[in-house]
Ligand binder design. Structure first.
Ligand SMILES: Cc1cc2nc3c(=O)[nH]c(=O)nc-3n(C[C@H](O)[C@H](O)[C@H](O)COP(=O)(O)O)c2cc1C
Length: 337
């Protein structure tokens, strides 16, 4: 069975009390949510506005504490809200459904085993959404060939949002003295979930694929996407938003840098927005999606560019022109921005 988590939404000031109120989602389903009363965030005049509204829930910024140790009990959740996080995915019982846990769960046909099997996923999402009174997000595993398939099934089965990615199955290393794999428990190991900076490019790729699928098949006003994986800077977050994410979750980053990280994330995201004169998150959400195309199309574009350069006799014109001496310059001439 998939494990459930609850997203608690933070409001404007740092008092951590949650008000239970009835939400009417855009899709007309009446749902109960644990939502802190929202006011203004005390935004400075002329400053970019970081607030987002996802599935009817208003958040002062797009930053959500991802499921895991940083949102594991009331004390740490209160600390997170006091520091300014927009929301916390907590290990209680609602909202974000973890169809992606790689640790022990798949052995028991739970967690990632559900997220990797579209028929099972459809059935479980159906049960949950038949009863749910809050918006439901399905959390995706990256340990699958095509992540758009379970994302599509989750949304078609009633979920309001998709979150991606959970950790990537990996073996950290082999101890060359003992020949034992790491991390080692009583001499033995098992592939486990890899997170943090190294997974960010992989997560960006998965979120981009889901965003493209959602853009072409679903009404983006009604469904949301949460980007997760290796976020430690405002630039990392901006990248997720540029490929279509509404919110950005951070787990390992909080474990490594503490709850105060959210201030840096907000400041750096605002700096990026100021650089481009973006006043809101929606001003740039998904803006990079149109620049993703197919490999075949890249080859076609490159051939066209080579033909143009040939016409003006500039840069490397074919493979036989590689000389070895000017290798770096010749390589550069293959890529045009
Ligand atoms: C120690 C640890 C515990 C985690 N526990 C959970 C969990 O209980 N449920 C879940 O959905 N994801 C869990 N995750 C996955 C994270 O929420 C997140 O999807 C993943 O680590 C990638 O994001 P990050 O690079 O910001 O950590 C855990 C990750 C770590 C590192």
């Amino acid at each position: 069975m998939a494990s459930l988590s609850l997203t608690q939404i933070r409001g404007s000031n740092s008092v951590t009390e949650f008000t239970r109120l009835r939400l009417k989602t855009q899709r007309g389903r009446s749902k109960i949510g644990f939502l802190k009363v929202v006011g203004s965030q005390g935004q400075n005049q002329g400053e970019p506005d970081l607030s987002v509204t996802v599935n009817g829930l208003h958040m002062p910024n797009p930053f959500v504490i991802g499921s895991g140790p940083p949102g594991t009990n009331y004390t740490v959740m209160k600390r997170a809200f006091d520091e300014g996080w927009g929301a916390v995915i907590a290990k209680t019982d609602a909202l974000e459904i973890n169809f992606s846990c790689p640790h022990g769960m798949p052995e028991r046909k739970m967690g990632a085993a559900v997220g990797q099997d579209c028929a099972l996923l459809e059935e479980v999402c159906g049960w949950i959404n038949a009863k749910a009174t809050v918006p439901v997000w399905a959390k995706m595993t990256p340990n699958i060939t095509d992540i758009t398939q379970p994302a599509r099934v989750s949304l078609k089965s009633g979920c309001e949002g998709v979150a991606a990615i959970n950790t990537i199955m990996s073996v950290m290393g082999i101890n060359l003295k003992t020949l034992r794999p790491e991390p080692c428990v009583e001499g033995y190991s098992t592939p486990g979930g890899y997170s943090s900076k190294a997974v960010h490019p992989i997560a960006l790729g998965k979120v981009m694929s889901i965003a493209k699928m959602m853009k072409s098949e679903f009404d983006l006003e009604q469904y949301s996407l949460s980007g997760i994986g290796g976020v430690e800077t405002g630039s990392d977050a901006a990248e997720f938003i540029l490929v279509g994410a509404n919110t950005v979750q951070v787990c390992t980053g909080v474990m490594m840098h503490g709850y105060g990280l959210v201030k840096k994330l907000c400041d750096e995201l605002k700096d990026f927005m100021k650089m481009h004169n973006f006043s809101s998150i929606e001003d740039f959400r998904g803006a990079s999606l149109e620049y993703f195309t197919t490999h075949m199309d890249l080859v076609r574009r490159q051939q066209e560019a080579i033909q143009q350069r040939k016409a003006i006799k500039k840069g490397l014109q074919s493979d036989k022109d590689w000389t070895g001496d000017g290798f770096v310059k010749e390589t550069e001439s293959m890529v045009s921005n």
